[in-house]
Design a protein around this ligand. Structure first.
Ligand SMILES: C[S@@+](CC[C@H](N)C(=O)[O-])C[C@H]1O[C@@H](n2cnc3c(N)ncnc32)[C@H](O)[C@@H]1O
Length: 306
């Protein structure tokens, strides 16, 4: 008699075209990621990995699991496996400069005269946290410089807080993957991940822990992590700036249009949208104006004329 208890499941066979289309549609429906013919191999590879983890060789059984109520966790695991999480600190230096020197300057000036001194930036598709922490560092630096030029008339507590009242800064950082959100929340990075962080930033915003760099508590308090699937209708409102870089590149044009329309509604009037350097709003939306500074570009929400 054969002992089947230790037997590994046979490697799953390649999907038929019909099965592939079914899976593509399901993934697209769930998160907007679009797998065209060029990315079929990647989709097959990741699917097989998940099927092995679930110890199933039948695509039919796996598909049934994904679409069942009990399959929610597996769906999340599949989407995590399909997402590309590549990121880095100060990614696209020219865009960081535009944000720091032009956009922050304009927002701080605009708010200086009013009663609302809060700034809210959303990093949509934040991966392992380098983007939202970069944004937080740039915001805190810009605010410090602004406060030097516009000193507060009321005495500040000592030691001086990173974000001096009445100013408030919030960076909301979201992703569809729980595992990258956990890493981001931890905020601990290796030497190689710190390549693009210069020494002034390391000294001001990081603690050295063994051979790693940990984000300082005060900066961490500026960033709030949350799960958001950009495919859904209900997304965080009231943002002065949205960063959604290198995410839309995985969506098709129809989904990009829907997402940019949602971003328009999620931005405050005159708010800014930063997208990846390989992404564009050309042919996607006419509700934004392109702004640039040196080689950095972003989009500003235009108000509808009544
Ligand atoms: C290539 S990373 C970009 C990270 C960062 N924005 C940057 O430019 O360095 C793309 C991220 O988008 C996330 N993502 C993909 N589809 C998403 C969706 N539907 N909702 C939310 N996040 C999504 C992925 O999990 C991944 O972490």
């Amino acid at each position: 008699m054969n002992d089947i208890s230790n037997r590994q499941p046979a490697p799953p066979t390649l999907l038929s075209d019909a099965e592939l289309r079914l899976l593509q549609m399901l993934v697209y429906d769930q998160c907007g990621m679009h797998f065209d013919e060029k990315r079929t191999h990647y989709l097959q590879d990741r699917l097989q990995k998940r099927m092995r983890a679930c110890r199933t060789v039948s695509f039919y059984n796996y598909y049934q699991l994904l679409t069942s109520h009990e399959g929610k966790r597996e769906m999340a695991a599949l989407l995590e496996n399909l997402a590309v999480n590549e990121t880095s600190f100060f990614r696209n230096k020219a865009q960081c400069d535009l944000f720091h020197k032009v956009v922050m300057e304009e927002l701080l000036q605009r708010k200086q005269g009013g009663r609302d001194r809060s700034l809210r930036v959303w990093s949509a598709g934040c991966s392992t946290g380098q983007e939202p922490y970069t944004i937080a560092m740039l915001m805190c630096d810009a605010l410090s410089y602004h406060c030097l030029r516009h000193p507060s008339t009321t005495p500040l507590p000592t030691p001086k807080p990173l974000v001096p009242p009445p100013w408030k800064i919030e960076v909301l950082a979201s992703d569809i993957s729980y595992s990258v959100l956990r890493t981001a929340q931890e905020g601990v990075y290796s030497e190689s991940q710190m390549d693009s962080v210069d020494f002034a930033y390391r000294l001001r915003y990081f603690d050295k822990v063994g051979d790693k760099y940990a984000i300082k508590k005060a900066l961490k308090e500026v960033v709030r992590f949350d799960f958001h699937n950009l495919k859904t209708e209900f997304l965080p409102q009231g943002n002065d700036v949205i960063f959604c870089r290198n995410v839309m590149i995985y969506f098709d044009q129809a989904e990009q249009k829907r997402l940019v329309e949602k971003f328009y509604r999620c931005l405050n009037p005159g708010g800014y949208l930063f997208i990846g350097h390989a992404e564009t709003l050309f042919g996607i939306s006419e509700k934004f104006r392109l702004i640039h500074h040196n080689n950095g570009t972003a989009y500003q929400r235009m108000e509808e004329q009544l």
